[in-house]
Every structure is written in C-alpha cells, then in structure tokens.
Write a protein that binds this ligand. Structure first.
Ligand code: AMP
Length: 218
C-alpha cells in the first residue's frame, strides 16, 4: 500500500506513521527525519537545510525532491511506503506523481490529519524525541518511564529546536501558504481522506486499519 500523510505540524503524522509502518511492515519515509539526519551528520545537504529548518521554513524543493527521488528508486519501496511530511508544496506533489508513475505506482490513499493550532502548540511544546531511535514521547500525554530516557532503546530524549511556540506558529503559516493547496490537489484526484489528528494514537490507528480494509488496501 502506498500511503501519503498530510497535515499541519503536530497533527500526529509521525507517531501514527511509525505504528502503521510496524503493523503493515512497509517503510516509513519521513523527509523531516532524513533532513535532521543530514544536519546531524553535517553533510552538504544538511548544511544547506539547517537554517530553513531552524526558522520553521521549508527547505527548497530541489533539495527535498532529490532525496525523495533517491529513496523511491530503491527496492525498499517494493511492497509500498508511508510518506510522512512530503509532499509539502504543489511542485513536490507533481514531482511525486511523476516519480511514482515511472515505477508503475501511485498514492493509494492520502490521509489528511486535521487539528487546531492550539492542540499543535501544546503537543509540540511537550514533545520529546529519542536521539537514537527517533521514538516520540510527550512530557504529559506519553511520558517516558524514566525522565529523558527512551523506553525502547535507552537513548537520550531531546526537544526539537523548531518545537518552540514561535517557530510552531511560523510552521503553521508556512503550512497554510504552501501545503494547504496540496490538500485540494489530492481532493480533486479523489484520494484524500480526512481524519482527526486529535484522537489518541491507538484510537486513530483502529479507524485507519478499518478504512484500509474498507478500501481493500490490506
Ligand atoms: P517535520 O519533521 O516533518 O516536522 O519537518 C521538519 C522541517 O524539515 C520542516 O519544518 C522543514 O524545514 C523541513 N522539511 C521536512 N519535509 C520537508 C518538505 N517536504 N519540504 C520542505 N521542507 C521540509
């Protein structure tokens, strides 16, 4: 199954993508994670992307499109994929269609995770991410068993620099300007399904599995 997850920052796309990826055994491709890795390693892509990411701006299309093209060309997507955080502009959406067409694929369903800016600020302000395995926690909603330590791999938990309130608000305006048109793009194609990003992870997961079954995707 080829899945695309869209929605504003803090709508729960990444958390849900991780659960779905494990359950359905298909890779989770998150451009934000790939870019953060590049920044961490100090690669030339990372050096170019860092400033945009810190400010909550989008990294230029050419840079992001190149890493997605590379990933989609690999055999890892043979059984399908979960794209999280891509496409974020109309240009990226068009490029994705073209790249998938070249390998005889298309997005089966595009999930639009809807939430409010208030919920997003509260979620992202309390979010803690594992440096080692990328697992997400929340100081109140999903607290780790031990403070600042990942339950799964014992890695150190940290707060993303772009999760502060001001940057989250900037990310929302960038989303409204650049990413909202991508929602209409998929709505016109008939592949868009709106879901609530406000539900808890397990509850939303059940709804999604039922949706995939109804649409005969699993
Ligand atoms: P995320 O982890 O999805 O919240 O992404 C974190 C940051 O990475 C974003 O605020 C952007 O700066 C950058 N980014 C991630 N995906 C994309 C994309 N598809 N296009 C442009 N920039 C992106």
């Amino acid at each position: 199954m080829n899945l695309v997850l869209l929605g504003p920052p803090g709508a729960g796309k990444g958390t849900q993508a991780k659960v779905l990826s494990q359950k359905l055994n298909i890779p989770h491709i998150a451009t934000g994670d790939m870019l953060r890795q590049a920044v961490g390693k100090g690669t030339s892509l990372g050096k170019k992307a860092k400033g945009y990411m810190l400010k909550g701006e989008l990294v230029p299309d050419e840079l992001v499109i190149a890493i997605v093209r590379e990933t989609l060309a690999k055999a890892v997507v043979e059984k399908g994929f979960i794209l999280d955080g891509f496409p974020r502009t109309l240009k990226q959406a068009e490029m994705l269609d073209e790249a998938l067409e070249n390998i005889g694929k298309k997005p089966d369903v595009v999930l639009y995770f809807k939430t409010s800016i208030e919920k997003s600020v509260a979620r992202l302000g309390g979010r803690r991410v594992c440096r080692k395995c990328g697992a997400n926690f929340h100081v109140k909603n999903i607290p780790p068993k031990k403070d600042s330590i990942c339950d799964y791999c014992k890695g150190e938990l940290y707060q993303r620099k772009d999760d502060g309130e001001e940057t989250v608000k900037r990310r929302w305006s960038v989303y409204a300007e650049e990413t909202a048109p991508v929602i209409s793009y998929y709505e016109k194609k008939g592949t868009l399904r709106e879901v609530s990003g406000d539900l808890d992870v397990g509850e939303l997961n059940k709804i999604l599995i039922a949706l995939f079954q109804r649409e005969k995707l699993i």
